[in-house]
Design a protein around this ligand. Structure first.
Ligand code: ADP
Ligand code: MG
Length: 183
């Protein structure tokens, strides 16, 4: 198994990584691999249709950090807070926004100014009001499984992505089941 990176023109670069996620366990495992790479103030956008696995990936990430409670979709609450090891994780879902201004009305901007890690489902729904991402994760349904593409959108995001390529699951030869398979 190897990590394949490339840009939209197909040329290799170090700003994107693609994975095949054969089952839910693989999505959880990809979230778990991201967990130790996070740093205060990081913003991660999770893109993809309903059912693409965005909440599942967040669940894997939080569980890997030791959170044992339920990780609910914030579709109705807009944001769920998890305080882990003194670091706040804010999990947003803007699916239900009828207009981007709802982001401002809900006073969500302050979450993005602090040291918390922001994980955002449906970021496009907040339009230009949302601060820019450090990492963008695009999930898509591929057959019975999912595809994931992780793009670095800032120097800090790029630093995270480079660490991810050094992890065992992104190394040639590792093929255990339930793991994200880089493609
Ligand atoms: P989203 O938040 O993008 O709407 P969810 O995380 O709620 O999606 O996941 C929707 C469904 O997809 C869940 O039943 C979950 O178990 C399933 N799922 C997640 N990852 C995978 C995968 N890699 N292969 C198959 N099913 C998956
Ligand atoms: Mg969701």
């Amino acid at each position: 198994m190897h990590a394949e990176s490339g840009n939209e023109q197909g040329r290799p670069d170090d700003t994107a990584l693609s994975f095949t996620l054969a089952d839910e366990a693989a999505t959880l495992a990809l979230g778990a691999e991201l967990a130790p790479l996070l740093m205060p103030g990081l913003a991660i956008f999770l893109e993809g249709d309903l059912g693409a696995g965005k909440t599942t990936l967040v669940r894997g990430l939080l569980r890997a950090l030791g959170y044992q409670g339920k990780v609910r979709s914030p579709t109705y609450t807009l944001v769920e807070l998890y305080a882990i090891f003194g670091l706040n994780f804010y999990h947003f879902d803007f699916f239900r926004f009828e207009e981007p201004e709802e982001y401002l009305y809900a006073g969500l901007d302050e979450y993005f100014q602090g040291d918390g890690v922001c994980l955002v489902e449906w970021p496009d729904q907040a339009g230009a009001y949302l601060p820019s991402a450090d990492l963008r994760i695009r999930l898509s349904v591929v057959g019975a499984g999912r595809g994931a593409e992780i793009l670095a959108a800032s120097p800090r995001g790029l630093a995270c992505l480079k660490c991810l390529t050094n992890l065992p699951a992104a190394s040639p030869g590792a093929t255990s089941s339930g793991q994200p398979q880089p493609r």
